[in-house]
Design a protein. Structure first.
Length: 54
């Protein structure tokens, strides 16, 4: 998942993962589109039972 996640609900992002998305762009900005903050990403991954790769 990349650009536009800031405007997506958690439910929409969850559906994307269920449909096969396996990564997100992480960091403050992707080209000209802002990304959700780290805390928001980590909370979503936790809710979905997903763990980031280290």
């Amino acid at each position: 998942l990349s650009a536009g996640r800031e405007d997506m609900s958690e439910e929409t992002q969850a559906l994307c993962f269920l449909a096969g998305a396996n990564s997100i762009f992480y960091g403050p900005k992707l080209l000209t589109t802002p990304n959700p903050g780290r805390d928001r990403d980590m909370a979503l991954l936790d809710k979905l039972g997903l763990r980031p790769m280290e």
